[in-house]
Design a protein around this ligand. Structure first.
Ligand code: FES
Ligand SMILES: [Fe+2]
Length: 478
């Protein structure tokens, strides 16, 4: 029986910044290839060296630095607003809030989606308090009204406002992009197209059948930390060995695979079959690893008629199990999908604050937003997207369930499953990180050169956006 201790380590495959001595994910995939060829998406591995320079703790605690992030990052980047299925009919409106710049995201008569600033242009009242289906946007203060395409509808007191030219008094529009059922918005009228910025995420997520999913769960909680502190807990697996020791026997931590797929898109691969570097328990047999992997995680259990046989690896058995369960649940033929598609998770992020996992059964997704203009509060949202059964209308999208500050994630176990306990473990660090960073002042924060490269990339891109935004107009023009 093959085990992962048998995997030959080939130094020739090692990348410059990938220094650990054990087998890599690509080595593990070589064993999968004995059963079924792995796909090019799974085989992709792109690491660049972003150096080892520490960053200042002030970046998490300084209101002045946060103000720069608001102006040059949040108001200049593509932000996930809502799902297409949340605004299916003409006039359906989703309210999106970011850094005190509320938006209306509205389905138009021609099926397109447009987004407008949710501000009455008379005297500045927030125009709409609730989402839902609208025939127009009517301000509850004095009744100024705009159509769902943002155009102004002059009212009976128009005679008293000679300063207003109705045809120039439309709601302020922001950019919209639609991909994979997601609606993204961008406040910057001069932003780069979503397709350019997000590549190669759409190509990767096409592989994971993103067009065929529905939103099965949506849970949010405000955490007392800077948005980067919260997000960074989901950008590296290094912490897994200590913070989530229950998965350490069979999944890597600092020795996971990390990819810089582009400036804006990075990836970590969480896979089954190799213990974390921080695992210090007894060596486990394939059967024990299999047992643990089946117990932890959103596994549907071992289906009848499948047995762990000779010449199998536990990954192959897990893949057969996952393939059979998912095929039966969705009525889809998944026989041509490789083993890794059922055993591993591919956690992507799109700069600056949107995460989505590539996997077949369930895609975990996160969004991290500052709460208003508070640099030490972050709304973390968890979304689960499930592959829809073939030829069946998917269930309606799950609505946001907000947790109270003192409620653990585990009160949402009914929708988040085992992940709720994982998030409680993650949250056990987050406010204490913020507390420590405050005390560090301008002291250094260190990122692992390989294992925490996605955190470093986040900071690198923030700096790039701030630098671009601060270029004097005369220099930019010249
Ligand atoms: S503030 Fe909206 S109508 Fe006056
Ligand atoms: Fe975690």
């Amino acid at each position: 029986m093959a085990t992962y201790a048998d995997i030959e380590v080939r130094p020739g495959k090692r990348l410059e910044t990938e220094r650990w001595d054990g087998p890599t994910y690509q080595d593990v995939l070589d064993t999968d290839d004995r059963f079924q060829h792995t796909s090019s998406i799974v085989r992709e591995h792109r690491v660049v060296d972003l150096g080892t320079e520490p960053v200042s703790a002030k970046r998490y605690t300084d209101p002045a630095f946060f103000a720069k992030e608001v102006e040059h990052v949040f108001l200049k980047t593509w932000q996930y607003a809502c799902r297409e299925e949340e605004i299916p009919e003409t006039g359906d409106t989703y309210l999106f809030d970011l850094v005190q710049r509320p938006l209306l995201v509205v389905r138009q008569r021609d099926g397109s989606v447009r987004a407008f600033e949710n501000i009455c242009l008379h005297r500045g009242r927030k125009l709409v308090d609730h989402g839902g289906c609208r025939t127009n946007f009517w301000c509850p203060y004095h009744g100024f009204t705009w159509n769902i395409d943002g155009s102004f509808e002059p009212g009976p007191v128009a005679w008293d406002f000679p300063s207003i030219e109705p045809e120039k008094f439309g709601l302020k529009e922001v950019q919209v992009a639609r991909w994979g059922g997601f609606v993204f918005v961008n406040y910057d009228p001069h932003c780069a197209p979503f397709e350019d910025v997000a590549a190669p995420l759409p190509r990767h997520m096409d592989y994971w059948m993103i067009d065929d999913v529905y939103k099965a769960a949506h849970v949010g909680k405000v955490l007392n930390a800077n948005w980067k502190v919260v997000q960074e807990a989901f950008l590296e697996n290094h912490h897994v060995g200590v913070t989530h020791p229950q998965v350490s026997p069979y999944t890597p931590d600092a020795n996971a695979q990390y990819d810089i797929l582009s400036d804006h898109v990075t990836r970590a691969v969480s896979y089954h079959g190799i213990p974390g570097l921080l695992y210090d328990g007894p060596p486990l047999s394939p059967a024990e690893i299999l047992d643990l992997a089946m117990k932890n995680g959103n596994k549907a259990g071992k289906p009848a008629g499948l047995e762990f046989g000779p010449e199998m690896t536990e990954r192959h058995f897990l893949a057969m199990t996952g393939r059979k369960n998912l095929s039966e649940r969705t009525g889809r033929d998944l026989s041509n999908r490789c083993d890794a598609d059922f055993t591993d998770g591919f956690s992507h992020d799109l700069f600056p604050n949107f995460h989505i996992w590539g996997s077949l059964a369930t895609k975990i997704s996160y969004r991290f937003r500052p709460v208003g203009l508070d640099h030490e509060k972050c709304l973390m949202e968890v979304f689960l997207y499930k592959l829809a059964p073939l030829n069946e209308a998917p269930p309606p999208p799950a609505e946001l369930r907000m947790l109270e500050p003192d409620e653990p994630w585990s009160v949402a176990t009914d929708v988040l499953g085992y992940l709720s306990g994982v998030y409680d473990q993650d949250e056990s660090n987050i406010p204490f990180v913020q507390e420590g960073l405050r005390a560090l002042g301008e002291g250094p924060v260190h990122f692992g050169r390989y294992s925490e490269i996605r955190c470093r990339n986040l900071h690198r891109m923030i700096d790039r956006y701030i630098a671009q935004g601060e270029v004097p107009a005369s220099v930019a023009a010249g």
